[in-house]
Design a protein around this ligand. Structure first.
Ligand SMILES: Nc1ncnc2c1ncn2[C@@H]1O[C@H](COP(=O)(O)OP(=O)(O)OP(=O)(O)O)[C@@H](O)[C@H]1O
Ligand SMILES: [Mg+2]
Length: 369
């Protein structure tokens, strides 16, 4: 943690300066304000780790200031210590009743102030560590379920694809050979119906192969993301008449964790289907790169575009929200930039190093206010 920041709210300037000197001597950094209103103003710019506030102050007194601080969710957990003259000790007790952590009676010894501040900072840090660990645990649990579902779905697709290709495909090939041999032995008209049967079996075989590839192309498991994507681009260009302009960096001859390769492949697949279905273009650009444990994927077209914000807000689309969910479940980022007439750009970043998700969470947690 960086050096703790302490906000001192005190209208009596010499005392405020003295407190600042004592705290700074301990290595803490100090923000100061002359009354509650100024305190709130300071807090809207910088979030302190602890607040020391006098009770009797002009404009907004300590108790009103305390109420305003606790009213904001992001300030609720900041330790709050009242500074009070002996004569207004009752007000300080009121503050404690409302939930303030402590109070110090003026005049006080520097040591007394330092001990109180240090104890409250230590306790807040310990609570923060516990909350963070608990938050992390819950987050892991929450994302584990949809992640397991997606993984189970992929495993099922892989197994059905293999079954179709290896088992059913083999049987159909055998059947076609038998029909071929039988056809050679039969004369005339009877051989004709066998030729027809042979053609039907050939068609069936082609469909089974196609279904198997659609479910999960074997090169995604055997060769990795890049070969699978290249194969998909070629196929999709032939089927949809949309040319794929493809650029990549740092991904050649590289394998990534299976869930990352699957997510990137499925996202590219859905994004290209969207381009073919909605964008009204003949070309799309796909970029794939890997830099510092982050796999990036971008799909950009210069087509008709759409109102991305309202599509994302309605939750009615399954394609785009599916892409977003895949990215989020791996701790990644997903962005859609689009506007009517302005084309569409989808950017996905997937961490493949391990602890990026935790780092992201820590960054989010430390941003207070
Ligand atoms: N590249 C694109 N260019 C133009 N419009 C797009 C593009 N991608 C998505 N859209 C718009 O966003 C909408 C939502 O897309 P999404 O993929 O979520 O759903 P869908 O393609 O309509 O259906 P599905 O659930 O089968 O994918 C689309 O209906 C379309 O209007
Ligand atoms: Mg779609």
């Amino acid at each position: 943690m960086d050096e703790p920041r302490i906000l001192v709210v005190e209208d009596h300037e010499p005392l405020r300066v003295a407190i600042q000197t004592i705290l700074e001597a301990e290595g803490w950094s100090v923000l100061s304000a002359g009354d509650g209103l100024e305190g709130l103003e300071v807090m809207s710019q910088v979030c302190p780790d602890l607040i020391l506030a006098d009770i009797m102050m002009p404009r907004m007194d300590g108790l009103a200031f305390y109420g305003a601080v606790r009213a904001r969710r992001e300030w609720m957990a900041i330790p709050f210590i009242f500074l009070t003259a002996k004569t207004s000790r009752e007000d300080a007790l009121k503050g404690i009743e409302l939930g303030a952590e402590d109070y110090i009676t003026k005049p006080f010894e520097p040591e007394e102030l330092v001990v109180a501040v240090r104890a409250r900072l230590k306790r807040a840090e310990a609570l923060r560590a516990v909350t963070e660990a608990e938050f992390d645990r819950l987050r892991q649990q929450i994302i584990a379920i949809p992640r397991q579902l997606l993984e189970a779905q992929e495993a099922e697709r892989r197994s059905i694809a293999r079954e179709l290709h290896d088992e059913i495909g083999q049987l159909l090939t055998g059947l076609r050979l038998i029909l071929e041999m039988a056809g050679r032995e039969l004369p005339g008209a009877r051989a004709d119906s066998l030729t027809q049967a042979q053609a039907l079996v050939g068609e069936l075989l082609a469909r089974v192969r196609e279904m198997s590839l659609q479910l999960r192309p074997p090169m995604l498991d055997d060769l990795g993301l890049l070969p699978a994507l290249m194969w998909h681009f070629e196929r999709s260009a032939a089927l949809t008449q949309v040319r794929v302009n493809y650029k990549h960096m740092g991904v050649e001859d590289r394998r990534f964790p299976q869930e990352v390769e699957t997510a990137a492949y499925r996202i590219a697949q859905e994004a290209l289907t969207n381009v073919a279905r909605h964008a009204q273009v003949i070309e799309v650009t796909v970029r794939l790169w890997a830099v510092q444990e982050m796999l990036g994927l971008e799909i950009e077209d210069r087509g008709v575009g759409f109102d991305a914000a309202s599509v994302l807000a309605t939750h009615s689309s399954s394609g785009i929200s599916g892409m977003r969910e895949r990215a989020f479940l791996l701790g990644g980022q997903f962005t859609v930039e689009s506007a009517p007439g302005k084309g569409t750009r989808i950017l996905v970043e997937l961490p493949f190093g391990g602890n990026t998700m935790r780092e992201q969470h820590e960054r989010a947690y430390s941003a207070c206010g």
